[in-house]
Design a protein around this ligand. Structure first.
Ligand SMILES: Nc1ncnc2c1ncn2[C@@H]1O[C@H](COP(=O)(O)OP(=O)(O)OP(=O)(O)O)[C@@H](O)[C@H]1O
Length: 240
């Protein structure tokens, strides 16, 4: 569904992605893991048209989308949920949700989607008139995911959804992503919380120095001693 072919690119003159390649199938969850600074978030920026791509190709459903703008990627059914808190704190839950549909020319469809999305997230319907800041961290992440769903995306890029959340809330967010996958949405996620994320994923990708070091079924990566030692609580010296 999504394929990156030897992408190189970075910021100004600095190259961060050094020939990143991988492909992911439709209706799957893939988690990208790797050390700090490996270029995980930069991969998302490359896909979503926010990076200066020097060479390589990105294909979405077989069509070249390399260097398409974020607006074009949104029109093609891709959405990006960046790291951190991205709700507007003083706006109501409903207003925050509406922001997800602001670029659409079909506001009738957006209204219908608002209802469908609130059906999927009853907590948001219950709290629709409250300010977003009054939601818990996990609920705010749910609001961001719900907002990303307004345009009915087929691919969600989600960067560290579990950051700052308690284990229970992490599981809630992950369950939301699993439900979306089961509805046919493809999910590419970056996670520091590698063990928990791989445990709920279909595939895992290890990125190091802007290159794909490993790509495999998530359960195979979970069992792989190299991954265990490097990213799941072991030490780099042990893996050497
Ligand atoms: N806007 C930017 N301008 C210049 N350099 C940047 C910019 N954003 C990121 N970088 C650099 O690119 C490199 C890769 O950053 P990136 O955020 O992709 O890493 P990451 O693997 O997601 O790391 P982390 O796990 O720490 O979030 C880092 O060295 C970072 O300093």
């Amino acid at each position: 569904m999504l394929e990156l072919k030897t992408i190189t690119g970075g910021y100004g003159r600095i190259t961060i992605l050094n020939g990143t390649s991988f492909s992911i199938p439709k209706a799957s969850i893939t988690t990208v893991i790797g050390p700090n600074g490996a270029g995980k978030s930069t991969v998302f920026k490359a896909i979503f048209g926010l990076l200066n791509i020097q060479s390589g190709e990105i294909l979405l459903d077989g069509e070249t989308v390399t260097r398409k703008s974020p607006a074009e990627m949104i029109a093609r059914g891709v959405t990006y949920v960046p790291q951190g808190r991205n709700v507007v704190p003083q706006l109501s839950v409903l207003h925050n949700l509406e922001l997800g549909g602001i670029t659409s020319k079909d506001q009738t469809k957006v209204k219908r989607r608002m209802e469908e999305v609130m059906d999927q997230f009853p907590m948001l319907r219950e709290r629709k008139d409250q300010k977003a800041i009054e939601l818990s961290g996990g609920q705010q992440k749910q609001l961001e995911i719900a907002r990303a769903l307004l345009l009915d995306p087929k691919l969600i890029l989600i960067d560290e959804p579990s950051i700052g959340l308690s284990p229970n809330l992490v599981q809630e967010v992950f369950q939301t992503l699993i439900r979306l996958r089961d509805q046919g949405v493809t999910i590419l996620m970056v996670e520091q919380n590698a063990k928990a994320a791989l445990a709920m994923s279909d595939y895992g990708l290890v990125l190091e120095l802007g290159q794909t070091r490993m790509f495999d079924k998530a359960d195979a990566l979970l069992k792989d001693p190299r991954v265990g030692q490097l990213f799941l609580g072991g030490h780099i010296e042990d893996a050497a």
